[in-house]
Write a protein that binds this ligand. Structure first.
Ligand code: S3P
Length: 454
């Protein structure tokens, strides 16, 4: 998984109206958490709609290596028999998380609290990402961890006894919050995380579904999440889960439908969560026509079908406060901004520098290579749009014709393939391989809507 593979380029070209119904794969954040918690529970859980992308499969392998039984059964559901409280065993080989930051960071927390030894490795992209944000709070709880220079992978964790704590992470990060809560599963006493800005709450929602005693509240201006554990390690009980569709994968067909003239697309079963729906709110403010239909609940989350129709977009200011609610969606938003009328300014983007790639730099370079006017600063991005021919506010359109470096980043690859659908000349991405980490069906789904990508 961590070897150097030959790059596989892909190109997208100007396409006619997109139409049809489609489903996005299961949510990546929920899928990681479902495997991790089911693997720690007593009994057998069944999970339907699990994302079968490389990132999630890496987490499945890691949980198997620590003793859980995980199988894909005939109807496509997943069956996980957990090890019970404190039943995880030290894996005999390093846990290889490939490209998966969420899997690596959450499992580091779990391992720290489980009193076992484990080493963590990953691919070139994951090995360049900071792990100190997770290791520092875990060390404050008593964890013993060594990391490579700059707090990078490989990380080696040694069995240690963790203590109850209240922690206030410096970064707004659901991965950090989740690692702390998962470490707390092995502790006798309470673990609390205080967040200045609430981040996606999937861990706390799912911990409660598995029977953990979780409280969520506000104090001293912080959003507080606590795991209560007076009587020793948390006892999780197996449950059946239905993973809703991933809004971060839905972002790509959504912006494609909004920007390709004449499009009308229905995306079925997309999760709607206040800390994940920032892109939809911003696109609506830009003039996007996104209708929410058949709202319902699945596994503690809201999901719905979305009908998205082409609409001429206009640029807006996207405030820094929006960033945590759409942190993975800026590559998609930047592409929508490229075909909007006027300027879109996005603030509060420092975290984009430490995602699967330096996304601010990758977005700016990709847009520049395709003739789109863009400026960046340390934590902001400004895109000057150029509406395409055939739109009611026709401009000169997006030049295209460029080759985009994806830097092992699935979202950069998908975003720029969407740019190609509205550009005057085809847009090429240097490598499509990483798309399989989060959206293995991307090419088939987009072709089914009429997008010309190959
Ligand atoms: C995730 C949290 C986010 C997000 C990542 C998934 C999660 O990272 O970018 O793709 O599942 O908790 P941060 O928590 O570091 O912002």
């Amino acid at each position: 998984m961590s070897g150097i593979a030959k790059k596989q380029p892909a190109s997208a070209k100007r396409s006619g109206a997109l139409s049809g119904h489609m489903r996005v794969p299961g949510d990546k954040s929920i899928s990681h958490r479902a495997l991790i918690l089911a693997a720690c529970a007593t009994g057998t859980s069944r999970v339907s709609g699990l994302l079968e992308g490389d990132d999630v499969l890496a987490t499945a392998n890691a949980m198997r290596a620590m003793g859980a039984e995980i199988d894909r059964i005939e109807n496509g559901d997943w069956q996980i028999t957990g090890v019970g409280p404190m039943g995880l065993k030290s894996p005999s080989a390093p846990l290889d998380f490939g490209n998966a930051g969420t899997g690596a960071r959450l499992v580091m927390g779990l391992v720290a609290g489980a009193g076992i030894n484990a080493s963590f490795t990953g691919d070139a992209s994951l090995s360049s990402r900071p792990m100190g944000r997770v290791l520092d709070p875990l060390r404050q709880m008593g964890a013993q961890a060594d990391a490579a220079d700059g707090a990078r992978l490989p990380v080696h964790m040694k069995a240690a006894r963790l203590m109850p704590a209240t922690l206030t992470p410096d970064v707004a990060s659901a991965q950090v919050k989740s690692a702390i809560l998962l470490a707390g599963l092995g502790i006798a006493g309470d673990i609390s995380v205080r967040e200045k800005t609430p981040t996606r709450g999937h861990s706390e929602t799912m911990l409660a579904l598995f029977g953990a005693d979780i409280s969520i509240g506000a104090a001293d201006g912080f959003h507080c999440v606590s795991l209560h554990n007076q009587h020793g390690p948390t006892r999780l009980k197996a449950v059946d889960l239905d993973v809703p569709g991933d809004p971060s994968s839905a972002a790509f067909p959504i912006i494609a439908a909004l920007t390709v003239p004449g499009s009308d697309v229905v995306l079925e079963n997309v999760m709607l969560n206040r800390q994940r729906d920032g892109l939809i709110r911003v696109l609506r403010d830009m003039g996007g026509a996104i209708e929410v239909m058949n709202e319902r609940r699945a596994s503690g989350e809201t999901c719905a079908d979305l009908r998205v129709k082409y609409a001429p977009l206009h640029g807006i200011e996207v405030s820094a406060e929006m960033a945590p609610d759409m942190i993975d969606e800026f590559p998609a938003l930047a592409i929508a901004a490229a075909s909007a009328q006027g300027i879109t300014h996005m603030a509060g983007l420092a975290e984009l520098r430490v995602k699967e790639s330096d996304r601010l730099a990758a977005i700016a370079a990709g847009l520049t290579a395709n003739g789109v006017a863009v400026e960046t600063g340390a934590d902001w991005l400004r895109v000057t749009g150029s509406p395409i021919e055939g739109s009611p506010i026709a401009g000169t359109g997006i030049k295209g014709g460029g080759i985009v470096e994806t830097h092992h980043d699935h979202r950069i690859a998908m975003a720029f393939l969407c740019l190609g659908l509205v550009a005057n000349h085809p847009v090429t991405v240097d490598d499509r391989a990483m798309i399989a980490t989060s959206f293995p069906e991307f090419f088939d789904v987009m072709a089914g809507l009429g997008a010309q990508i190959d």
